[in-house]
Ligand binder design. Sequence first.
Ligand SMILES: C[S@@+](CC[C@H](N)C(=O)[O-])C[C@H]1O[C@@H](n2cnc3c(N)ncnc32)[C@H](O)[C@@H]1O
Length: 186
Amino acid sequence: MKTEDLGNSKILNMFFKPAGLLMGSRVRKWLMDPVKTLRIADVQLGQTILEVGCGTGFFTISAAQMVGDQGCILAMDASSGFLKEVDKKVRKANLENVSVIQRDALNTGLESESVDKVLLFGVIPFPLLPLDKLLPEMHRVLKPGGTMSVWLFPPLVHNWVPNIIIRSKLFEHINEQSNVYNYIRT
Ligand SMILES: C[S@@+](CC[C@H](N)C(=O)[O-])C[C@H]1O[C@@H](n2cnc3c(N)ncnc32)[C@H](O)[C@@H]1O
């Protein structure tokens, strides 16, 4: 079964619903300011950003406001249920610089060297996103000099992930703060 088909499945979307409520909850916003995390990831005005596994859009709206009219957010997820929530939030915020895309991130269908930054926030490691397939695809879509930011959650459990990224030789580590790891495409 293709990942997008899985993301359309009624049973899976029903199962994902409680996860979506948690992802977009006020408590999370209170505990974690999305703008602060996006600043650590060095999101800048005018950038084209691929947000992999945007979920219900916890980071999407703030990221779109930060890149402004000259930039754009490609908000990608496999789950149709989550993307409906993102779509609602985008319309409510009156944003025209967000493309909501239902797609398997292992095969984004985006042009090579077309994005300035990739955000992998709370999405790796995940069984549907094996790093040996995801990292080459992220490298392909990033422009030369483009960057990738990874927010690891929960941090201590997944502290082996940065080593895998470095060992791939596709990215070089720039810095790390508050569990956000920034990399540059080699
Ligand atoms: C734990 S959620 C994180 C959501 C969001 N980044 C956040 O922090 O609120 C992981 C997301 O990755 C998506 N996902 C998992 N595998 C995927 C794949 N192969 N392609 C696209 N999205 C995927 C899931 O549907 C889910 O929305």
